[in-house]
Design a protein around this ligand. Structure first.
Ligand SMILES: [Zn+2]
Ligand SMILES: [Zn+2]
Length: 291
């Protein structure tokens, strides 16, 4: 599929097919088909696949073994409900993801499950200068093991602070931040893409700002990728957003609210988690940005 088709309402693997268009009203491409194919091949060569999570409020409690925001987590690998390493207050469960539910996503070697907990204690000052609050991502291998349910006492947390339980309706999209693309790539693209179409092309391929796995960070402030203590550039793994907007432009909740899950990171901020591809899955760093 050419980029012109994507731009003007083409099909997408995960999107419903568009209504048939009569031949006489089909848009006339601004560039020749050959050029479209050439530009498309070039874009795909440099693009990365992102899985946009698209949380949707659950009507009833979801299974413990489910990829989801909020609700009852699988506490596999933990002896008890986790507490903040800084203030020792119980953490709030944010989300958990099973690799099996996202075959296109990369997980660190020997892991198939990840979980995020967050400290919401008002007087916790454990966050670094980049963070809005202590928010911890961890990886685990759970295989086919039965999930470990928290006991009723520890799960009965403060409902006001809880992340609302949401099922996920993920879709895969391809992303490429063209404004930050190497000059050679831009120059090559501009040999086939008319300058008048450039801004639309940038917008179409720009990294999504919603919660997602992989792809490119949807920076709010144009942050940079952290470097691991081993010297390797870290790999972008997960983005957690306060405001969820579908790639199709739909809000995941009624207009006037930010998201289905109700997670507010700083002032409508976004957290970006990176994992070192060379070190163990505990080599995780996060970057926080808000507008
Ligand atoms: Zn804390
Ligand atoms: Zn490393």
């Amino acid at each position: 599929m050419g980029w012109m088709q994507r731009l003007f309402g083409g099909t997408d693997d995960a999107a419903p097919p568009p209504p048939p268009v009569a031949a006489e009203v089909a848009p006339v491409p601004a560039v020749a088909d050959d050029d479209q194919d050439e530009a498309d091949a070039l874009l795909r060569q440099h693009a990365k696949r992102a899985i946009v999570l698209r949380p949707r409020r659950a009507d009833s409690p979801l299974p413990v073994r489910a990829s989801k925001f909020g609700g009852m987590p699988n506490l596999a690998g933990l002896d008890a409900w986790p507490v903040c390493p800084n203030c020792a207050e119980p953490l709030v469960f944010v989300l958990q993801l099973y690799a099996a539910d996202f075959p296109a996503a990369w997980f660190p070697a020997d892991t198939d499950f990840c979980r995020v907990f967050r400290c919401v204690a008002a007087d916790c000052d454990g966050a670094g200068p980049q963070y809005d609050a202590v928010t911890l991502l961890s990886f685990l291998h759970v295989g086919d093991a039965e999930p470990v349910e928290p006991d009723a006492e520890s799960f009965a947390a403060d409902a006001d602070d809880d992340v609302r339980e949401c099922a996920l309706a993920p879709i895969a999209i391809d992303e490429l931040p063209l404004d930050d693309a190497p000059p050679e790539l831009r120059a090559e693209l501009l040999t086939t893409v008319p300058p008048s179409e450039w801004d639309a092309l940038v917008a179409m391929w720009s990294p999504d700002g919603s919660s997602k796995l992989g792809g490119f960070p949807g920076w709010i402030q144009g942050g940079c990728v952290p470097v691991c203590t081993c010297g390797a550039e870290m790999g972008f793994f997960l983005q957690l957003a306060s405001q969820e907007i579908d790639p199709e432009g739909e809000f995941s909740e009624a207009p006037g609210t930010w998201s289905s899950h109700g997670l507010m990171l700083g002032d409508v901020g976004t957290l970006y988690f990176f994992v070192c591809p060379e070190c163990s899955p505990t080599a995780v760093q996060s970057v926080f940005e808000c507008s």
